[in-house]
Design a protein around this ligand. Sequence first.
Ligand SMILES: [Fe+2]
Length: 160
Amino acid sequence: MAQKRSRELRPLSSEHHQALLVAFQLKKGLSGHSETAGAPKDLPGLLALARRFEDSIFLAHTRAEEELLGQHLSKTDMKRLQFEHAEMVRLLEAARSSRPNEMRQALTAFADLLERHIRWEERELFPGCESDMDEAALATVGHELEKRLVTRAEKTPKRA
Ligand SMILES: [Fe+2]
């Protein structure tokens, strides 16, 4: 992700960094690699990692992309965006299987798609938005992302 991201879309890109780390950890853990970058090595642990990511980042992130960027995308791009988001939800659902093989397959496919999807967004989709959208529209998206993603991420639990 070497591209220079506009300030407005930066909240999405910083979550992409976190998502890529999760994909990396899942792949390492699933391949039985001894070095897993701090990720669990057992299937239930890897599933828990993926579900935590789904609840804390993925769902709000994908909703924000569809609702805020959707109106500025071509039909084809919007279709791909929605299809891949839905496919990842489906794979996480499939990963809740009681059969270890299915769980493993679904988590592998999820990590692969997550990586590919983010690469597409960062290399093609976002640069397109940045050049096609006028400043005002980009600013509106930026404000809303700030509210939905950044403020939420800053809400840390209070310590006694
Ligand atoms: Fe994204």
